[in-house]
Ligand binder design. Structure first.
Ligand SMILES: Nc1nc2c(ncn2[C@@H]2O[C@H](COP(=O)(O)OP(=O)(O)OP(=O)(O)O)[C@@H](O)[C@H]2O)c(=O)[nH]1
Ligand SMILES: [Mg+2]
Length: 329
């Protein structure tokens, strides 16, 4: 499979791959099969759907006790208080619904919430510079995501530059260096420098040398550290000012196991850098994937990528329709 893309790369990088073939390859490399998706979100499905449905569906009517229980179970499944109560409040008003229909009701609700957050496809413009600004708390999986994304873009024949904007943590640049070498991407690093200046240099190089993609790594930071959050705004301003015509995505990397704290992360990070999407990492084995729905509902932010393991190829596209089907399937 990989040879297919590599061959295209070596022979003629500019040539468009016929759409039909691209889709086939994308489905194989960049998407989980339905069965793997089901397995990956098994625990999330149990907590978000299985537990609720089991508790509710045998009842005769939706009385206040059952509705309260349902709300509590949804909150426990990392849906967040606001999203859980809005789903239950809506149900309260639909007095013709029976508890036996709870599964169908939840499925429709989750689908429409995810759809209303926007498209799941990572934005990319051909023949333009595409800048992906990667932010998140410590250890969320930012550097790993960049390595995986660099690999993905290289497989698609793109010219990729990685900007080592984490000049803070010891060995961060080294880690990024290893990932970019593995992916075959170039790197800009300037150990100990101001991250904004590394990003400035990266944009300059990318423009001069016609890169397709810049992936900007940043140091992990807790959302309550005001100074560090200000530093992110500064980097974002450098990107906006120096590459106003580039396609720009600001991606929040969220560890799926963070649960509801992810909402507070999304709120503060988006205030600083105007997020366009979320990458949910470590979904493999997590029972807390319900946060995807809370973020869609409260922040109107689409999840575009999911991390399902530590290896290069363990980055997959998120497909809201398939996700809901697998949750309920
Ligand atoms: N199982 C699993 N592990 C992951 C995934 N993504 C990242 N990890 C692991 O999470 C750990 C942290 O990953 P990093 O990429 O270093 O995280 P980071 O956000 O760059 O960390 P800081 O730069 O310290 O803030 C590593 O051990 C990764 O292998 C994933 O999707 N699944
Ligand atoms: Mg890192």
């Amino acid at each position: 499979m990989f040879d297919f893309f590599k061959k295209k790369d070596e022979n003629n990088r500019e040539q468009t791959i016929p759409e039909k073939e691209t889709n086939v390859e994308k489905k194989n490399i960049f998407s989980l099969t339905f069965e793997s998706l089901k397995k990956t979100i098994e625990k999330t499905s149990e907590s978000l759907v299985g537990n609720v449905v089991k508790h509710v569906e045998q009842e005769e009517v939706f009385d206040e006790f059952i509705l309260d229980d349902m709300e509590e179970l949804l909150i426990k499944a990392d849906l967040g208080v606001n999203t859980a109560s809005s789903i239950v409040d809506k149900l309260r008003k639909q007095n013709n619904l029976k508890p036996s229909q709870v599964k169908e009701y939840l499925q429709n609700e989750f689908s429409s919430i995810l759809q209303s957050a926007g498209a799941n496809i990572l934005n990319y413009k051909d023949n333009e510079l595409n800048i992906y600004f990667i932010v998140g708390v410590n250890g969320a999986g930012k550097t790993t995501l960049i390595g995986k994304l660099a690999n993905r873009f290289k497989l698609q024949g793109k010219k990729v530059l990685v900007a080592a904007g984490d000049t803070f943590r010891a060995a961060a640049e080294e880690q990024l260096d290893i990932w970019s070498k593995r992916a075959g991407a170039d790197i800009i690093r300037n150990d100990g420098a101001d991250p904004a200046s590394v990003v400035f240099d990266a944009i300059k190089k990318a423009k001069n040398e016609n890169y397709d993609v810049i992936l900007v790594d940043t140091a992990g930071r807790l959302q309550n550290k005001h100074n560090l959050m200000q530093e992110l705004s500064k980097i974002k301003n450098v990107i906006d000012k120096n590459a106003p015509d580039a396609l720009r995505e600001s991606i929040l990397v969220l560890d799926a196991n963070t649960g509801q704290n992810g909402l507070s992360q999304a709120k503060v990070f988006t205030e600083c850098v105007n997020l366009t999407s979320v990458a949910l990492t470590k979904l493999d084995g997590s029972a807390k994937g319900g946060i995807i729905i809370a973020i869609a509902k409260e922040m109107k932010l689409p999840v575009k990528l999911i991390g399902v393991g530590e290896k290069m190829e363990d980055l997959k596209n998120f497909d809201a329709g398939e996700f809901v089907k697998a949750l309920f399937g």
